[in-house]
Write a protein that binds this ligand. Structure first.
Ligand SMILES: *Cc1c(COP(=O)(O)O)cnc(C)c1O
Length: 421
């Protein structure tokens, strides 16, 4: 026994959560059960995105098991609008949320039931509103301006215009990566203006079906999500008193986040499930015609996807190793840190050698894409196996806000490919 003070504990820097959703074989990552190098050969090019259908299915099953059975689960397809993904998701969830006429087309092509499709988004053009009425989907009204064209389309087509009111609440989703409600916003109708809007909906004879509230995105704090859902419910309940018809759909938003950066953990579903159970009980009494809906994008698809790009050059600049790859922010803006992040941090990244064995000695390397801008950064000084030309760099947590959220035309490189495996 020594009475010397023990040395200060070595502080381990924050780590990424392990990407254990993907299995490995002989040290090589498997996507959709296939070794990555073989999948790359099958795709025939890099860069590409690959989404794992079994992981998508497992995620939906995990949510269904946790959440009350009466809560409807919608997929907000702007997170990943690849038609094959939307078709797969349409078979798993209760409804699809679209944000443009283009997304509406993909959802309907995918076989989504129009009765369970909703259409939100600011600046809906008259033609989009008319397309939505003709399709028979629920339109989340974001502005009083939308009412007249909806009534006109309804009269012209001889079809009801199914509407819900998207409310801009008087609170924000605390701790969310991207706030989309509270204060002045382009989204939804300010809560205080909703009673008058509801009267106008009644006067015009539109088919009122409910409310939509969406406070924000990418939240990893269950308490904040519960609080937002609780407040959203209260607000909708008070507004329901002014509604021209019973509430059929009460969309409480989502905002469930996934861990992207070192130090971030998995969202704890248990408190959210408990809170929703309590709200579902209340709704059964207070809004007896209403289904509670939650709409999720990245939580459903984000962890099931990877972006794969190939090392074109390994260069050394004043002691720093650079792996220059054939794709970067032109395909994956969010991994480069330029999609709304305040401080750039690394996504989880791994290296797969073109020729085995995998693993081996590591070094600190910076992974950059081929664009002539310092913003084209995929991994900043990460410890990776020593890489050679031809090896594959894998960016995890890439199933949401990837290809469709990136400036593919910037610098005129070839497009990436997307596969669902
Ligand atoms: C973007 C968006 C979503 C999806 O957000 P995620 O963070 O991907 O879950 C859901 N609802 C609305 C209204 C949105 O605009």
């Amino acid at each position: 026994m020594s009475d010397l003070p023990s040395p200060p504990a070595l502080k381990r820097p924050p780590q990424h959560v392990p990407m254990s959703q993907f299995a490995q074989q002989d040290g090589e990552l498997l996507i959709g059960g296939q070794p990555l190098t073989r999948l790359a050969a099958r795709v025939g090019q890099t860069p590409f995105y690959a989404y794992d259908r079994q992981l998508l299915k497992a995620r939906v099953a995990q949510l269904r098991a946790a959440l009350p059975a009466s809560v409807k689960l919608h997929y907000a397809m702007k997170a990943n609008p690849m038609p094959a993904v939307v078709a797969w998701m349409a078979g798993l969830v209760d409804g699809i949320d679209v944000a443009s006429a283009g997304e509406l087309k993909v959802a309907l092509d995918a076989g989504a039931d129009p009765a369970e499709v909703s259409f939100a988004g600011p600046g809906k053009r008259d033609i989009e509103l008319a397309q939505a009425v003709a399709a028979g989907v629920l339109i989340n009204v974001e502005s009083a301006r939308e009412l007249a064209p909806l009534a006109a389309a309804s009269a012209r087509l001889g079809l009801p215009a199914r509407v819900a009111v998207r409310v801009n609440p008087d609170f924000e989703l605390k701790g969310s990566g991207m706030r989309m409600g509270g204060g002045p916003k382009q989204f939804g109708v300010d809560a205080e203006a909703v009673p008058e809007l509801l009267r106008e909906i009644g006067r015009l004879g539109l088919a009122f079906e409910g409310f939509h509230l969406f406070a924000g995105s990418q939240n990893l704090r269950a308490e904040s999500i519960c609080e937002a859902q609780q407040k959203s419910y209260e607000l909708a309940l008070s507004l329901a008193a002014h509604a021209p018809a019973p509430v059929k759909f009460l969309n409480l938003g989502g905002g469930f986040g996934i861990p992207y950066f070192p130090g971030e953990g998995l969202l704890d579903l248990a408190p959210i499930a408990a809170n929703l159970l309590q709200l579902a009980d209340r709704a059964a009494r207070e809004l007896p015609h209403a289904s509670l809906v939650i709409e999720l994008g990245r939580y459903l698809v984000g962890e099931a996807g990877v972006y794969v790009t190939r090392v074109v050059d390994r260069k050394l600049s004043r002691g720093q190793v650079y792996l220059v790859t054939d794709g970067g922010l032109n395909h994956h803006l969010s991994a480069s840190g330029n999609f709304g992040q305040v401080l750039r941090k690394n996504y989880p990244v791994s290296l797969v050698k073109a020729k085995g064995p995998q693993g081996g000695p590591t070094e600190q390397a910076t992974v950059v894409g081929p664009l002539c801008t310092p913003l084209d950064l995929l991994a900043d000084r990460m410890e990776l196996p020593v890489a050679a030309e031809g090896d594959l760099v894998v960016i995890f947590q890439s199933g949401a806000y990837g290809a469709s959220a990136s400036p593919a035309g910037f610098l005129s490189h070839p497009n990436c490919v997307e596969v669902l495996v």
